[in-house]
Design a protein around this ligand. Structure first.
Ligand code: HSE
Length: 424
């Protein structure tokens, strides 16, 4: 065989275009076919021949000339069928599809094992940041105990802008949509689904156990307001959407996505705008942090092309390329329910401005064995109500939920406005 490896590209949107343009710099790889949804769309891509375009993705995965299928369509359908068909045709896979890997990784990796092909997905988590290959190779000698990531650029952009402009969520979301930083339907990003798929992938690699992404506790950022950000700032924190994965003492896996007060003493607090970051703690390495662009045409193409070139170096010489990058774990993780976790909490309460309210809030915490590190009220609001803020020591989630219920039932409490976990 000649040493030119043939690639079939499924999708020529933002990422697909970046992949095609970047691959044109390498002469050991040839893009043989590309599937698109509209063949007549005007495309301004140098070196792109109309002849290699098709609307028939299935013909690409069934094409016997092609060695590697690169899937950058996203979503489950038809990506799942295309990838599984390609694997059965003994093609290696490179994909940027976090939802597919998070939800169907198990079936895909088992099939890949059966047909002895590789499935690489560096671009599926944190776009241009190398993290999959580092965990599987450079950090392979570690026992990883914790990952904390800012894995969604859209929400990080919105929270950063809310912080800088002292603004509420809704107007900033609208602005982000107008600027093209947030999608018309922003649910996947705002509600933390995107980050949950990514942390499911990272946690399963880091802990060597399969994570069920549907069991990941998830809260979005739509309940964060300018006052929460102001209080956070006053107390030495920034608010970030954190994707967290940690191993508990009894070997359970605690995986979740929710906003957090992040201490300004931690480097991850300074990852702003659309940037992503992954903090990782392991032994023997200690603590490391990776940061960079988590999305976009060329950053994502960088990861996709890295995977393609890694395969292209080996495919001409071996039937078992990149064995360290293959999925080796099959055991399912025992995932910890959020109610059994322990965290520090910020609790913001809207109450009537009457004597004894702060005392009663403190008593509710005490009765529920919640140790407070701080409780305060900043003056009285224009409507005559009091805004009371509580900060707790590490406390059981279950106890905090019960205390919040009791606070909401208190006759002088209007509402518990927000509860945000704290990372020091
Ligand atoms: N929508 C994601 C983000 C990028 O905002 O970071 C692709 O996963």
């Amino acid at each position: 065989m000649d040493n030119i490896v043939k690639v079939g590209l499924l999708g020529l949107g933002t990422v697909g275009s970046g992949v095609f343009k970047t691959l044109s710099n390498f002469d050991n790889v040839e893009v043989t076919k590309i599937s698109v949804s509209n063949i007549n769309k005007k495309r301004n891509i140098e070196g792109l021949s109309q002849e290699i375009l098709t609307t028939d993705s299935m013909s690409i995965v069934n094409n016997s000339d092609i060695d590697i299928i690169v899937e950058v369509i996203g979503g489950i359908n038809p990506a799942f069928d295309l990838i599984t068909t390609a694997i059965k045709n003994k093609k290696h896979i490179v994909t940027a599809n976090k939802e597919l890997i998070a939800k169907h990784g198990e079936e895909i990796f088992e099939l890949a094992k059966k047909f002895n092909v590789s499935v690489l997905y560096e671009a599926a988590v944190a776009g241009g940041i190398p993290i999959i290959m580092p965990i599987k190779m450079a950090l392979a000698g570690n026992k990883i105990s914790k990952i904390a990531g800012i894995l969604n650029g859209t929400t990080n952009f919105i929270l950063t802008k809310m912080t800088n402009e002292k603004a509420d969520f809704e107007p900033i979301l609208k602005e982000a949509q107008e600027l093209g930083y947030a999608e018309a339907d922003p649910t996947g990003d705002i509600q933390g689904y995107d980050a949950a798929y990514k942390i499911a992938i990272l946690a399963s690699l880091a802990f060597g156990k399969r994570i069920d992404s549907s069991l990941i506790y998830r809260e979005g950022i739509d309940n964060i307001s300018a006052v929460d950000i102001e209080y956070a700032d006053d107390m030495g924190y920034k608010i970030k959407l954190i994707a967290l994965a940690q191993i508990t003492e009894n070997d359970k896996v605690d995986v979740r996505v929710h906003p957090m007060f992040v201490s300004k003493k931690l480097p991850i607090a300074y990852i702003d705008g659309v940037l992503n970051a992954i903090y990782l703690k392991g032994h023997p390495v200690g603590e490391v942090m990776f940061s960079g662009p988590g999305a976009g045409e060329f950053p994502t193409a960088s990861s996709v092309v890295g995977d393609i070139l890694a395969l292209a170096e080996e495919i001409p010489y071996t039937d078992n390329p990149l064995p360290m990058l293959k999925c080796k774990h099959e055991e399912k993780a025992e995932q910890l329910d959020i109610k059994h976790t322990e965290n520090k909490y910020y609790i913001r309460v809207s109450a009537q401005n009457t004597p004894g309210v702060i005392g009663d809030l403190g008593c509710i915490c005490g009765r529920n064995k919640i140790n407070l590190s701080s409780i305060f009220q900043k003056g009285i609001l224009a409507d005559g109500s009091a805004r009371v803020v509580l900060l707790t020591e590490p406390s059981k989630e279950e106890a905090v939920q019960k205390a919040v219920e009791e606070m909401n039932a208190h006759s002088q409490v209007k509402q518990v406005m927000n509860v945000i976990r704290v990372m020091d």
